[in-house]
Design a protein around this ligand. Sequence first.
Ligand SMILES: [Zn+2]
Length: 286
Amino acid sequence: MNMNLPPVAETVPECKLTIMNAGFCIIKKSHLLKGADPSDISVPSLFFLIKHPVHGNILFDTGYSTRYFEATKNFPFSLMNKITPVKITEKENAISQLLEKNITSKQIQTVILSHLHADHVGGISDFNYSTIYVSKKEWRYCQQPKLKLLFKGYLKQLFKNINLSSLKQLDFEESGCSYGPFFNTIDLFKDNSIILVPLPGHSIGQCGLLLNISNKERYFLIADSVYVKANYQKNKGGSLLSRIAHYNRKQYESNFPMLKQLEMDNPDLMIIPSHDPNLYSQFISK
Ligand SMILES: [Zn+2]
């Protein structure tokens, strides 16, 4: 399996990526990687700000937000906060951190959601002026009743107020094109800068984002295709409990060899899952 990416043209608009984090959940290390010691670990929830020279500010996911506490106040939704206790303060919400950088919600033109789990859509209600992209499959699936969704890791309350007029459903099957080794991708602005790649398995309609800046600087934001880079590097998933939480475990695990090959064939590609504590240390806490 050859996973070589096409070269980045010199004419590609020069985007800038800022890696940020909104909130942590506390879980056992072995949840991320089976065989790890059973002590607790603070797991980050990364989100990403991309500055595009033409299309403005783009977010990929929004992390947790303090709305999580409101959404999990009552039983049975409180079960989620029992299983994955969350730590976040108001000033750690994505919107507060962006305001610190003098970016208001009006200045976020686009939000792309990798999928609709609580740790990715936590802050979405703060971005009422943005066009919101989510895969059609994911959106349709999430029209189920909130109780059913709870047991799949979703808190419907966090995304039920998304304004349908600002929502754009990504239909990868219908409008996707191949890009190098990937099938059914969507070139968001048709300029080769942001390529959305379907990565189902963890959830039914998860998508990743390939950011082409130059041949020396490109990123693949893979959301929860793995929890930590060691999952694909060692071809080892998380604990049994974490594995049964995926929408399709076989499909999820089939991404491991693909990602390993992708990393080997593209040494300048930085693969970034959303919950790897090592990446948090590398990019955020210095
Ligand atoms: Zn997640």
